[in-house]
Design a protein around this ligand. Structure first.
Ligand code: FAD
Length: 437
């Protein structure tokens, strides 16, 4: 009996395999770990979160929150895992990364219809007449990247992103820092306040610090949504004060006032022994990270459990290559899902894997393929990826701007977003019902 081959047991690949198996479709899931790991993957578990442990906002008036709610309606495995392993993070959904990945790994391993193969896929020849879904992510192995280039006729598949450092909780100076979430919404973050003078010294050090060299693809762009903190700083003296260092909504209990600048640290695990420096994705050299970030008073003796890194991102010019069911137009037996299609982020990659799994399952079972409307966040993202051909296709986070407008003016922004979100959830329920998903 034919199987559907999924390449990569990351966020998209696991969700995709699960959606197929859940519908009775047999799957062969290839994962190169633990034998071979990308520079950012360290765990032997599946669905590893390579940087932040946050799946972003959990409110539906935020587009990432809406996308997650839609995935819950579609019975996403990744969302089940996230909800079961969440850690306190204000209005965001953050997870204990070990428990999160362990939950997913177990669900995949124990599923009778998923056959696991621990090997690197290097070309497509072995799949013959079977369906293939490529979910190998932004750090797709070199050999497979070459095979994809050949398959798609693409010359360039890469550009660069950056990731934030993680410090141990015990090394943070709590005489200087304080617990709070913005606008009094709890106390989930550790906040590191800075005075004007401290900010000044930090800023000068940051914009003159030594960066790691980018060897390959030196002139490729950096994705705006994952901009290194030093790049953001170089845009202007006050830019950080409106970005990751904004003090708004935070009162230092020692002074009773809003500090001049605040660096926020977010929990990495549920016991709270590790924290990441929010928005501090960077490609400063490692000793420079210790020196420059050490100018933040609460981090002067910080122990770095992982330094920030610059990483490669691999993605296709999807609008030119894929149809609206994520099939390669040149060879419809091959699909692409996840970050490699040009969606950006954990949640977006998962959503792409989820829809890809549903499309492939329907096709395998000879059922009509569902169309997800751009009134839904899932559908809007799918259409962005596979829709109109644009000159310079860039990776995209989910946002309300790519969803269909309401068709009526509502001045209050929150209300407008909530209305779009409510419409989306209703629409999705109708689609689920109509196609028997
Ligand atoms: P992945 O989760 O990377 O899964 C791909 C899987 O395929 C991996 O397990 C890999 O080992 C396997 N694989 C690769 N090649 C082969 C092969 N040839 N054969 C077999 N298996 C293979 N997004 C956020 O929302 N927040 C963040 O903080 C964030 N930080 C990031 C930091 C880094 C360093 C990187 C690289 C990306 C980051 N992203 C972040 C972006 C993105 O959302 C994640 O990379 C996400 O994990 C992508 O999901 P995916 O399933 O497409 O790929």
């Amino acid at each position: 009996k034919k199987k559907v081959n999924v390449i990569g047991a990351g966020l998209a690949g696991c969700e995709c395999a699960y959606q197929l198996a859940k519908r009775g479709v047999p799957v062969r899931l290839y994962e190169m770990k633990p034998g071979k790991k990308s520079p950012a993957h360290v765990s032997d578990l599946f669905a590893e979160l390579v940087c932040s442990n946050s799946l972003r906002s959990d409110r539906i008036c935020n587009a990432a929150g809406l996308l997650k709610e839609e995935m819950r309606l579609l019975e996403s495995l990744i969302m089940q895992a996230a909800d079961a392993t969440s850690v306190a993070a204000g209005g965001a959904l953050a997870v204990d990364r070990e428990k999160f990945s362990a939950y997913i790994t177990q669900a995949i391993r124990e599923h009778g219809l998923i056959e696991l193969l621990s090997e690197e896929v290097t070309d497509f020849s072995k799949f013959k007449e079977e369906m293939v879904i490529v979910a190998s992510g932004p750090l797709t192995s070199q050999a497979l990247s070459e095979a994809i280039k050949e398959l798609t006729g693409q010359e360039r598949l890469h550009f660069f992103d950056a990731a934030a450092p993680i410090v141990s909780a015990s090394s943070i100076d709590m005489d200087s820092a304080f617990f709070a979430s913005r606008y009094g919404r709890g106390s989930d973050y550790i906040n590191c306040p800075m005075t004007r003078e401290e900010y000044e010294e930090f800023y000068q050090a940051l914009v003159t610090a030594d960066c790691a060299e980018l060897r390959e693809f030196e002139h490729d762009g950096v994705f705006e949504g994952c901009m290194p903190v030093e790049t953001m700083a170089s845009r202007g003296h006050d830019t950080l004060l409106f970005g990751p260092l904004k003090p708004k909504g935070l009162t230092d209990p020692k002074t009773g006032r809003e500090p001049f600048a605040v660096v926020q640290l977010r929990r990495e695990n549920d016991v709270g022994s590790m924290y990441n420096i929010v928005g501090f994705q960077t490609h400063l050299k490692f000793p420079e990270q210790r020196r420059v970030f050490g100018l933040i008073p609460a981090l002067k003796d910080a122990e770095y459990l992982r330094f920030g890194i610059m990483h490669r991102n691999t993605f296709l010019n999807s609008p030119r290559l894929l149809d609206r069911y994520y099939r390669l137009e040149k060879n419809p037996l091959i699909r692409f899902v996840g970050q490699i299609t040009g969606v950006e982020g954990y949640v977006e990659s998962t959503s792409s894997g989820l829809l890809g799994g549903i499309f492939a399952a329907c096709e395998y079972l000879g059922k009509p393929l569902p169309d997800f409307d751009d009134e839904t966040a899932s559908g809007a993202l799918c259409r962005y990826i596979s829709g109109a051909v644009t000159g310079n296709f860039q990776p995209m986070n989910i946002n309300f701007g790519i969803m269909r407008p309401l068709g009526q003016r509502i001045r209050n922004k929150e209300e407008k977003k909530t209305r779009i979100a409510e419409r989306a959830l209703e629409k999705l329920k109708t689609t689920i019902h109509h196609f028997g998903l």
